[in-house]
Design a protein around this ligand. Structure first.
Ligand SMILES: NC(=O)c1ccc[n+]([C@@H]2O[C@H](COP(=O)([O-])OP(=O)(O)OC[C@H]3O[C@@H](n4cnc5c(N)ncnc54)[C@H](OP(=O)(O)O)[C@@H]3O)[C@@H](O)[C@H]2O)c1
Length: 263
């Protein structure tokens, strides 16, 4: 059966790694046309060619920094030069910076988290909505986090940002009710991507420890859920999905198998 997503135009922010890159490949495999954005163009170029290989008729990319209104506007202007009708917007760009307590928190980390996870979602949505508003059946899917629902020590700004993202998703759904557009939130738990490398500012050994002994989610698990949500019939809206690894029963309860000591 032909995919409901074939030839649909899909914008994905943060498509250069992790969930965004896997989601781009998954939409590509459905035959969707892609407009991919992130700051690392070399990575986007690689993802774009993987999307073509997967079956995407168009996998275009352009620089995007969601923390800058001017960058968001020039990305959307570029998108408009390819299509005046966007079917799916995936607000995925974001992440965590640092794991400091509030007492030790750094302004630059807080600002980066709020700029990307909160303001980035608002800016992108405002800029893309004119390309979606006359297109009932379109979807806006925001990638939040389990951290937006349950707080943890050292996560005040990140948990706060993702909680804000969840409320933005809910408010937007109310605002767009009657337009035929769907608005959903997908909240992953522990998932092994570049997330922890970014959080720990390139300390890969510390990042690896986050997942040690556990069997975390993979980027592809979330990509599959995003594609499923976007491909429901137009009258069906997947409001919210909370997706956790089987080993993660709670924020503070992750099952970890014994790890053999290094020889
Ligand atoms: N992994 C997890 O455990 C987990 C769990 C729940 C939620 N999440 C959320 O899932 C989303 C994707 O994260 P991930 O796990 O896939 O991590 P990742 O591998 O680090 O990917 C993050 C993506 O966001 C992009 N990005 C970051 N800042 C940006 C900016 N200012 N402008 C444009 N793009 C930006 C990065 O691209 P560039 O650096 O090239 O710009 C990259 O493509 C994030 O919103 C994250 O908070 C992750």
């Amino acid at each position: 059966m032909r995919s409901r997503l074939a030839n649909k135009w899909v914008i994905i922010t943060g498509a250069s790694s992790g969930f965004g890159a896997a989601t781009a490949r998954a939409f590509g495999a459905e035959g969707a046309k892609l407009l991919l954005g992130a700051r690392r163009l070399d990575r986007l170029e690689k993802v774009s060619s993987e999307c073509h290989e997967a079956g995407s008729p168009e996998a275009l990319f352009h620089a995007l920094d969601v923390s800058q209104t001017a960058s968001v506007e020039s990305f959307v202007k570029w998108g408009r030069s390819h299509t005046d009708c966007v079917d799916v917007l995936i607000n995925n760009a974001g992440g965590a910076h640092g794991l400091d307590t509030v007492a030790e928190g750094k302004d630059e980390d807080w600002e980066a988290m709020l700029q990307t996870n909160v303001l980035g979602v608002l800016r992108m949505t405002r800029a893309v909505l004119p390309l979606m508003i006359n297109n009932p059946g379109g979807s806006i899917l925001n990638i939040g986090s389990y951290a937006g629902r349950v707080a943890y020590e050292g996560g005040a700004a990140y948990c706060g940002a993702k909680a804000a993202e969840l409320q933005i998703t809910r408010a937007l759904r109310l605002e767009l009710c009657g337009s035929g557009l769907r608005v959903g939130g997908i909240d992953p738990g522990l998932a092994e991507t570049e997330f922890s490398v970014v959080r720990f500012k390139g300390d890969t050994a510390r990042a690896k420890k986050v997942y040690e002994g556990a069997n975390p989610l993979k980027a592809e698990d979330i990509a599959e859920a995003i594609v499923w949500a976007a491909s429901r019939p137009p009258h069906v809206c997947i409001d919210e999905m909370l997706i956790k690894a089987t080993d993660q029963a709670g924020m503070h309860k992750v099952y970890r198998r014994p790890v053999p000591a290094p020889k």
